[in-house]
Structure formats: structure tokens, C-alpha cells
Design a protein around this ligand. Structure first.
Ligand SMILES: Nc1ncnc2c1ncn2[C@@H]1O[C@H](COP(=O)(O)OP(=O)(O)OP(=O)(O)O)[C@@H](O)[C@H]1O
Length: 365
């Protein structure tokens, strides 16, 4: 039988993974394959199971069912408990809190996992210098954690994780304790490190921009399920469900419920789009991106009346939020509107809906 070349194997293969905490099922049945060298970002609302999944990948928690394999080798199995313990699975985990050992120097911290793994002194010293160089912190070699800044501590923590050359790197919101400027700097650093090491990475974040800039692949999670998986641009361009459409994007897009009336799809008495877009459905949700909505009238285009809520500058444009009944609409416009909160304004939909979803949330082709 021909053997499968290593390159062809998934770096991470998750099959029918289940995680229960007592009666509560955090992950009902999750399968995902991650190609080698990917930078996978897990996003989703609070409580959707991102950390639970990451902890199982790290070997800190056992799955209740299903299996996790790294490079074709099973490292966790629901029926067999954790197969490989965290140290044996060739994966490194970077947390939000750095947890450096205060009584050890920077070099001591970085060298510790190598010592535990049985590296000899010369190899350890060489590797410490290498990762210090990679992270740009060679000058901090002999300092103690209390003598360096928060950002520098995070670099040391990352250096310590990289030192044993893990083939899989796991990150649980590693930048969330840093200020905005440092976050952006570290984001570029992490991307550079990812390119330099080629390690397959799984990264949990709440930050949309972080997700979209760093990821080669994004998994949008919802209630322990992967709602959609793919390159970030594909997810933004073709969301598979209303959940993904309204979760991704800054600002998120707008969904207008509409029903078939004759040959048009109508929302709140306003005909929006030809009924043919709905296929066989009588009730749908029409997806308009914020940049497809403008303030005022546009010739021949549907107009909605809404209550102005707020306006905020965004990358040279203005993000306007307005409400029609229970719906909140986001528009990207050129100038601040001449309106106060509560004023009625007219919004024009400037193009055809970007996507049409069934009432149940799935995209209609
Ligand atoms: N040890 C536990 N015992 C019981 N329930 C748990 C435990 N750990 C997590 N959960 C539950 O499992 C679900 C998923 O939690 P998890 O921490 O993975 O979510 P998350 O997506 O990482 O959330 P956040 O974005 O807020 O960090 C939540 O409903 C949580 O309450």
C-alpha cells in the first residue's frame, strides 16, 4: 500500500469532537481539517466554545468523544482519554497572561522547557540566542521578568513557547492585555514569526481586525459548532449563513426580512428586490452591506425611513447607525449627517442585495 506523504497530511484533523461538562454540551460534534502551515483563527461570540476547543488541542482537557490528530497521529481520543500529554504533543500554548517564572532570568525562562525536554547545555544556549533574536529581545537576556515591560514579557512568553520548536502553536487571546499600539506591533511580529517558523497556528481572538489580518483560515463558531470555515476573504465575500454575515465585517452587514408580494420582495411595505431572487421561498432575509446604504434619496432606489442613533468616524468615512422598529441598520457615508439622535432620516439602498438568506438563516444560491 502506498504511504501518504507527510505534506499531504492535515496538520490538525479534528473528527466528531464532543465536549460535555456534566449535563452541558459545550461542543456537540465538531470536525475540522487544518492544512500544514495555516494560521487558523477561531472567532465567535462569548461562550461559543473557542477556549474549550483550544484547551483540548493543547491537551489540557480531554474530549468526551471524537478524536484530534496532529500530522496524522492521534493525540486525543474521546474513548481513550487524552492519548498524548501536553508536553508530548509537540504543540506550544501562549496564553493571555504570560506566567513567566519570576525567579528566573529571561534566558532561564526560555531555556526551562528545553531543560525539561533533555536538551544539553550547548544546544539550549544556542536555541535561547536564536529565539531571543527572532523576537528582537536579545538585550533582555539576563533581566528578570519584573525588570521588563508587559509587552516585553509577552515576547519572552512567546519565545519560551517557540524554543522547543513545536510544529503546532496555540494562542489564546495572547495580545488582549496589551495597549492598542503594542497590539498592532505584536500582530505583525506574530505574523512574521509564523512565516519564519512555518508552524501551524490556532489563534483565539475577539478582535475582528486581528482575525481578518492574521488568518489564512477562519472558523466562525456558534454554540460549539463551526458555522463556516475558510479563508477570511471568502467568508466576508460569501457568508454561508446570516450568523456569519452579521458576525464578520466592520461594521457588520444589514439583514432586512422581506416577504414575497407579487413579483417583488417587500420589507415594511417597501418593495426592495425582484421575487425571483428568493427561489421557492416566500419569506427571506436580504443582506445589504453598510456601504450599500446611504443617507437621502437615490433615483429609482428603495427608501427606508429610520430613526438616527449615532455617527462615528471610520477610516475617512462616517459610520451611521439608525433604527427602523427593532432593526438596527449600519451605513457607511461620506459626511456626518445633519441629524440628532431620534430624528427621522431617509436611507436609500443603493444596490441589489449582496446575498439572500432563507428565513432559517442559510444562504440561498
Ligand atoms: N469547566 C467548565 N465547566 C462547565 N462549563 C464550562 C466549563 N468550561 C466552559 N464551560 C462552558 O462551555 C461553553 C464554552 O466555553 P468557552 O470558554 O470555550 O467559550 P469561549 O468561546 O472561549 O468564550 P469567551 O469568548 O467568553 O472566552 C460556555 O457555555 C461555558 O460556560
Amino acid at each position: 500500500m502506498a504511504s501518504v506523504p507527510n505534506e499531504a497530511k492535515d496538520a490538525i484533523r479534528i473528527t466528531n469532537l464532543v465536549k460535555r461538562f456534566g449535563d452541558f454540551t459545550a461542543i456537540p460534534d465538531l470536525s475540522l481539517s487544518v492544512p500544514p502551515g495555516s494560521f487558523l483563527v477561531l472567532v465567535g461570540p462569548s461562550g461559543c466554545g473557542k477556549s474549550t476547543l483550544l484547551r483540548m488541542l493543547a491537551g489540557l482537557d480531554e474530549p468526551t468523544g471524537g478524536e484530534i490528530a496532529f500530522m496524522g497521529q492521534v493525540v486525543s481520543s474521546g474513548t481513550g482519554g487524552v492519548v498524548a500529554d501536553p508536553r508530548m504533543r509537540n504543540a506550544g500554548l501562549v496564553f493571555q497572561s504570560y506566567a513567566l517564572w519570576p525567579h528566573m532570568t529571561v534566558a532561564g525562562n526560555i531555556g526551562w522547557p528545553l531543560k525539561v525536554a533533555g536538551w544539553d547545555r550547548a544546544a539550549r544556549e544556542a536555541r535561547i540566542d536564536e529565539v531571543l533574536g527572532l523576537l528582537g529581545i536579545a538585550a533582555l537576556r539576563d533581566r528578570y521578568p519584573a525588570e521588563i515591560s508587559g509587552g516585553q514579557q509577552q515576547r519572552v512568553a512567546i519565545a519560551r513557547t517557540l524554543a522547543p520548536k513545536p510544529s503546532i502553536l496555540l494562542f489564546d487571546e495572547p495580545l488582549s492585555n496589551l495597549d492598542a499600539k503594542l497590539r498592532i506591533e505584536m500582530r505583525s511580529e506574530l505574523m512574521r514569526i509564523h512565516r519564519a517558523t512555518g508552524a501551524t497556528s490556532v489563534y483565539v481572538t475577539h478582535d475582528q481586525v486581528e482575525a481578518m489580518t492574521m488568518a489564512t483560515h477562519v472558523a466562525v463558531m456558534n454554540q460549539g459548532r463551526v458555522e463556516q470555515f475558510g479563508p477570511p476573504r471568502d467568508l466576508l465575500a460569501r457568508p454561508a449563513t446570516t450568523f456569519v454575515a452579521t458576525f464578520l465585517g466592520t461594521p457588520p452587514g444589514n439583514l432586512l426580512p422581506a416577504t414575497r408580494e407579487g413579483d417583488m420582495l417587500v420589507h415594511a411595505g417597501v418593495p426592495l428586490a425582484p421575487a425571483a431572487l428568493a427561489g421557492s421561498h416566500d419569506a427571506v432575509q436580504l443582506f445589504y452591506r453598510a456601504e450599500q446604504i446611504t443617507i437621502g434619496r437615490a433615483p429609482g432606489r428603495p427608501i427606508l425611513t429610520a430613526e438616527f442613533s449615532e455617527a462615528a468616524p471610520m477610516a475617512g468615512k462616517v459610520m451611521v447607525t439608525a433604527a427602523t422598529g427593532v432593526l438596527r441598520l449600519s451605513a457607511i457615508v461620506d459626511d456626518f449627517p445633519d441629524a440628532r439622535p431620534g430624528d427621522l432620516i431617509e436611507l436609500a439602498l443603493t444596490g441589489a442585495p449582496d446575498a439572500v438568506f432563507a428565513a432559517t438563516g442559510e444562504r440561498i444560491e
